[in-house]
Design a binder for this molecule. Structure first.
Ligand code: TYC
Length: 99
């Protein structure tokens, strides 16, 4: 009986705590630094100063962490980056990875 209660508790805990996904921006040679900062402020809700630091991190190390979200939110951010980038003629890409 106590085993069953434990299993049920663990089961409902895993329902309440969905997996988390890191979203990273990738470096490229063509997207402007200002556009990347703008994406970080608008899509990832960073302050201007934080956005500048993340942009420089991506520029130097090829990728940088923008945020950690549930699957659907992470997927939406990745799509928003692609469509805003495409609309503005930049190849900027974001990727997601299980945290
Ligand atoms: N490397 C780009 C440049 O020199 C700037 C850049 C930074 C592009 C971050 C993409 O995710 C990126 N203009």
């Amino acid at each position: 009986m106590s085993t069953k209660i434990t299993q049920q508790t663990e089961g409902s805990l895993s329902l309440r705590e969905p997996k988390q996904y890191h979203v990273y921006l990738l470096n490229d040679d063509y997207t402007s630094m200002d556009f990347v900062i703008d994406i970080l402020v608008r899509i990832f809700h960073k302050s201007y100063v934080e956005a500048e630091l993340i942009m420089i991190q991506v520029h130097q190390n090829q990728r940088g962490l923008c945020g950690t979200y549930t699957y659907e939110i992470a997927e939406t951010k990745v799509h928003q980056v692609s469509s805003l980038a495409r609309e503005n003629g930049f190849p900027l890409k974001a990727v997601m990875e299980e945290a």
